[in-house]
Write a protein that binds this ligand. Structure first.
Ligand code: IMP
Ligand code: MG
Length: 196
């Protein structure tokens, strides 16, 4: 496809995604600023770590957050990836975590940093923490891009959160609805009519 046609097609698709947003909550610039804050917090926390922490990207939602965050850190970290599915194609957590792709590294005796997109009911994070400790992790900390405290059903919380949001469904910067909107560079609230 000629480049101009391709660029036009991409632009149309991007515009369609924006049309599905009720409002933009956080711009790419807002996100970059918060990522820097999270990286500084992690650098401080692990400055005296005896061994390299293992940074776990919880796919797919935290993919961009993870990449930006670890690159903003000065502390050396080992990277690993895990795919967890908890929602199917809906907007409500099914309550159980399903490991689609497991970590390649052992967490035994390691300081583990979970990098999550959003903590909603908290069930995913609770399940993941339980799993990592059962595998012998020395410590587990969680950095979340977003937090929805009003929807919490467990007593777990992220140790560091970049944004706190209300009871609304957000998409963009990795967050999806039915696998769409992940590649929006900003975070916005999805219009009700898209999923009702
Ligand atoms: P929890 O188990 O209810 O805390 O849900 C955690 C997962 O649900 C997150 O990692 C997201 O993948 C997904 N999720 C929760 N709220 C939203 C949202 O507003 N937008 C997109 N995904 C969400
Ligand atoms: Mg997630």
């Amino acid at each position: 496809m000629p480049f101009n046609t391709y660029a036009r097609a991409l632009k149309c698709r991007r515009i369609n995604m924006y049309n599905d947003l009720e409002k933009i909550l956080f711009t790419a610039e807002d996100i970059a600023e918060k990522v820097k804050g999270a990286a500084d917090w992690l650098d401080k926390k692990y400055s005296a770590a005896q061994s390299m922490p293992l940074a776990v990207c919880v796919l797919k939602g935290s993919v961009f957050f993870f990449c930006d965050l670890v690159r903003a850190m000065r502390t050396p970290v080992q990277l690993d990836f895990m795919t967890i599915s908890s929602y199917g194609n809906g907007t409500v957590s099914s309550g159980e975590i399903k490991i689609v792709t497991d970590l390649a590294a052992s967490v035994d005796g390691r300081d583990v940093i979970i990098i999550e997109d959003i903590v909603d009911t908290g069930r995913t994070l609770a399940g993941l923490k339980r799993l990592l400790f059962s595998r012998g992790a020395k410590s587990v900390a969680c950095v979340a891009l977003a937090d929805k405290p009003s929807r919490r059903e467990t007593d777990v919380n992220a140790d560091y959160r970049c944004f706190t949001v209300g009871d609304e469904f957000i998409v963009g910067y990795g967050l999806d609805y039915a696998q769409k909107y992940r590649n929006l560079p900003c975070i916005g609230v999805l219009k009700d009519e898209i999923y009702r």
